[in-house]
Write a protein that binds this ligand. Structure first.
Ligand code: CP
Length: 302
């Protein structure tokens, strides 16, 4: 892809090819760049996993990272995102990995056609999180080897979650049955076309994957929120975990609030794939970067 901005642009074959390439990287494949590629990671929202694993993926692929800190940049003087990227482009940056709080921030940048650098979306507001979605697909694929017919419940703050949107979108196209659960106030009927909103306790015994989401306190008013009450009503308590099939897995994109979305000792328990998801993220991001480099004829890759 020229740019990697959302999962709607990723067809099933491409998703499967990216999983295969990420598995090759996981098993030691290496990419040799014949020409330098300069990359900036521009994170306008905080991040641990996505930011660091893009840095790790870029380092493993041999890209040259150019330091950029939004807080110390001329964004603080009012420079727009477009003009910031125009500047980085003029300085010779080939690829920008951008996280930004605004939904679909990338649309005017891509449609404007005046930016020469390639763009990877590392998360836009409540919009999309394609690299998280693809690493989640990789993790599910490692477990089950297929997607068709899998039953997957996504639970929590659905309406404000870019992870829920990206995952539901591609999982449905890959033939999985997607269910949503969580507070009704935090569900949006926009999601009805992607799955079925249901009761968590009713669906838990029937699913292969339980995907839990963090409450997005930064995106909507959550005054009066009680972590204990949320855990009791919508969290994966020990009682609810006991309803799951033995072979079913627990996933969470992180960061986890232990004791809220799920009981603390389930985070690294037998059925959890939380650590595996983070590990897979490096290899999936290597595959995504390679795909963008090839589409833009960057790096002199044969
Ligand atoms: N899953 C995820 O996007 O985590 P970070 O916000 O730490 O990058």
């Amino acid at each position: 892809q020229r740019n990697f901005t959302n999962m709607l642009d990723v067809d099933q074959d491409e998703a499967l090819a990216l999983i295969q390439r990420a598995e090759e990287y996981k098993h030691g494949a290496q990419l040799r760049l014949a020409e330098p590629v300069y990359v900036v990671n521009a994170f306008f929202e905080n991040s641990t996993r996505t930011h660091t694993s893009f840095e790790m993926a870029e380092t493993k692929l041999g890209l040259t990272q150019i330091a950029f800190n939004p807080a110390a940049s001329s964004v603080s003087k009012g420079e727009s995102l477009h003009d910031t990227l125009l500047t980085l482009d003029a300085l010779g940056v080939d690829l920008a990995v951008v996280r930004h709080p605004e939904d679909r921030y990338y649309e005017p940048l891509v449609e404007g056609g005046d930016l020469g650098l390639a763009l990877i979306n590392a998360g836009d507001g409540s919009g999309e999180h394609p690299s998280q979605s693809l690493l989640d697909l990789m993790t599910i694929s490692e477990e089950f080897g297929h997607f068709a017919g899998l039953r997957i419940v996504i639970c929590g703050d659905i309406a404000h979650s870019r992870v829920a949107r990206s995952n539901a979108e591609i999982l449905q196209r890959l033939g999985a049955h997607v269910f949503f659960a969580g507070p009704e106030d935090w569900y949006s009927h926009d999601f009805d076309r992607l799955g079925t909103y249901t009761d968590l306790d009713a669906v838990l015994p029937t699913v292969d994957v339980v995907m839990l989401l963090r409450v997005q306190h930064e995106r909507h008013a959550t005054t009066g929120f009680s972590a204990d009450a949320y855990h009791e009503h919508y969290g994966l308590t020990h009682g609810r975990a006991a309803l799951m099939q033995q072979r079913a897995i627990i996933m969470h994109p992180g960061p986890v609030n232990r004791g809220v979305e799920l009981a603390s000792d389930l985070v690294q328990g037998r059925q959890s794939r939380y650590v595996q998801q983070m590990r897979n993220g490096v290899f999936m991001r290597m595959a995504m970067i390679e795909s963008v480099l090839r589409a833009n004829q960057l790096g002199g890759i044969e």
